[in-house]
Design a protein around this ligand. Structure first.
Ligand code: NAD
Length: 350
């Protein structure tokens, strides 16, 4: 064995009803006047939590949007200065966490994040932001949230068309961690456990969206997936999803959910140990087939055609995906990527 293991320091409080500990956790971080961040859709929930913490909620900022546009961050920074906020309290999915991270990156303010989707961003020191339509990514220890409260009572409100793809997005982090160049035994253990938890919970969530036990399992899996994403490098799946998402302005979780059967199948022969781990976690003979079966239940979009792409778009995407060379267990070739995109375009079993 030969590996490097780097742990990202963060404090995690997990459990149904654990949002009741927000005030206590803000105190622990020394936050007296937080900027309370949410999307417009989740401003009601943010207001409820703000009410519970009284004066510690310095200012509300219900303006988070997808991909952390720099203009939004600048406007939120003005809100921070207006009350001399001394910390961020983010309540929401990856977009809300993204705004909190963007503020922390620029100010080094401490962050308390309460995730309400399975995106996993709260466990990573990575910030993706957009400026003039261009997405760039930075990694910095200041970006990693100090404390995260996982309360499955808050993911229960996700409609199935959000929770299913969000769970598959988390599975994608874990799948790629299993064949990462810098993988290590601890992260691989977490990745397999994450796929097992999410693979077991997602079908139940699709049939019974308010099942709290299944939400708890899925959120546990999402936490582990976030740790994996923050600890090791990603490969063809994340590269192709960024390419497709950025070029054709597609929903983040939907494109991850649609592509993961195909990207994992691309690496089927080149990463046999990872495939065995996925198959064990899902109780199937073949890993990518197990993932495909899961997407048939959990993904909102089942083909690139359904997402509005044309066959000509596949050529463009294949060209862009090859532009910056990156690690992947199977060499990334124009023909291989184009064939993979064709299968995803048609939505056929990989
Ligand atoms: P999101 O945060 O954009 O949320 C999608 C929608 O669902 C929003 O309208 C939101 O208000 C709503 N929503 C969230 N939770 C809900 C709930 N419990 N009930 C009802 N509605 C709810 O989506 P996401 O997939 O969580 O995050 C996507 C963003 O996160 C992207 O910008 C992506 O790039 C980023 N991301 C970053 C990282 C990282 O490590 N940097 C990791 C994963 C995702």
């Amino acid at each position: 064995m030969d590996f490097v293991y780097n742990a990202n320091p963060s404090r995690v409080i997990f459990g149904a009803g654990s949002r009741a500990k927000v005030a206590e956790e803000l105190d622990r971080l020394g936050i007296e006047r937080a900027i309370v961040i949410s999307t417009p859709d989740q401003s009601g929930l943010a207001a409820e939590i703000a009410k519970a913490i009284g004066g510690r909620a310095g200012i509300m900022y219900p303006g988070a949007v997808q991909h952390a546009p720099v203009e939004v961050t600048e406007s939120a920074l003005m809100a921070v200065s207006s009350v001399r906020a001394d910390g961020c309290l983010a309540i929401g999915g990856g977009s809300t966490t993204g705004l909190s991270k963007a503020i922390a990156y620029r100010t080094d303010l401490p962050q308390l994040v309460i995730p309400t989707t399975f995106a996993g961003s709260e466990m990573t020191p990575i910030l993706g932001q957009t400026e003039a339509g261009r997405k760039t990514t930075v990694s910095d220890p200041k970006i990693l949230p100090e404390t995260v409260i996982y309360d499955p009572e808050l993911t229960v409100t996700m409609p199935s068309f959000i929770s299913g793809p969000s769970g598959m997005n988390a599975i994608a982090h874990s799948v790629e961690a299993l064949y990462a160049k810098d993988r290590n035994p601890i992260i691989s253990m977490m990745a397999e456990a994450s796929i097992r938890a999410l693979g077991g919970a997602l079908p139940t969530l699709m049939d019974d969206p308010s099942n709290l036990h299944a939400h708890s399992e899925a959120l546990y899996g999402a936490w582990l997936a976030g740790v994996c994403l923050g600890a090791v490098g990603m490969a063809i799946h994340h590269k192709i999803c960024h390419t497709l998402g950025g070029t054709f302005n597609l929903n983040h979780a939907d494109i991850h959910a649609l592509m993961i059967p195909y990207t994992s199948a691309y690496n089927r022969d080149a990463a046999p140990e990872a495939m065995a781990s996925i198959a064990r976690a899902l109780g199937t003979v073949d890993g990518p087939t197990g993932i495909y079966q899961l997407t048939q239940r959990a993904a909102s979009k089942r083909s690139l055609a359904e997402m509005g792409l044309t066959e000509a778009d596949l050529d463009t995407a294949a060209d862009i995906a090859l532009q910056n060379p990156y690690y992947n267990p199977r060499p990334v070739t124009r023909e291989g990527v184009r064939d993979m995109l064709q299968a995803a375009f048609e939505g056929r079993a990989p």
